[in-house]
Design a protein. Structure first.
Length: 131
């Protein structure tokens, strides 16, 4: 019988404790409000290889792909070849090309949004010019 458990990786931000709980094939990123003692589910995850929590959000690795998500719901895929090794506060430790880089979670999220927006814009422009 599968027994629910919680992962060791967690983050505290303000009055909220963020953590991963569940069991094989049924994981939930959860928030526990320390003051009100209420628990809520942020996101359900069925396939999970790794989970890294920071003060601003989390990274989920599933099927070899890394996805970054803020606690406000913004999401983006991390570039291929980037391996998140851990976090400290809002700083992510990302391995790329055999080097560890320290990147602020919110700065990374903003830059990924800019890159994704620019690539979507370029794709639309190519489609319009071909049309």
């Amino acid at each position: 019988r599968n027994i629910d458990s919680s992962a060791f990786d967690f983050s505290i931000s303000g009055n909220n404790l963020y953590y991963l709980r569940g069991g094989a094939g049924n994981w939930n990123v959860s928030r526990y409000d320390i003051a009100s003692k209420n628990r809520s589910q942020i996101r359900q995850v069925s396939r999970l290889e790794n989970f890294i929590a920071s003060e601003s959000g989390f990274v989920i690795v599933s099927d070899g792909k890394s996805r970054i998500e803020s606690f406000t719901g913004e999401k983006s895929d991390l570039p291929e070849g980037w391996n998140v090794r851990g976090s400290c506060g809002s700083i992510l430790l990302i391995e790329y090309d055999e080097q560890i880089h320290l990147i602020d979670f919110n700065v990374l999220m903003q830059k990924l949004k800019e890159v994704n927006g620019a690539s979507k814009h370029a794709s639309v422009q190519r489609t319009l010019s071909q049309g």
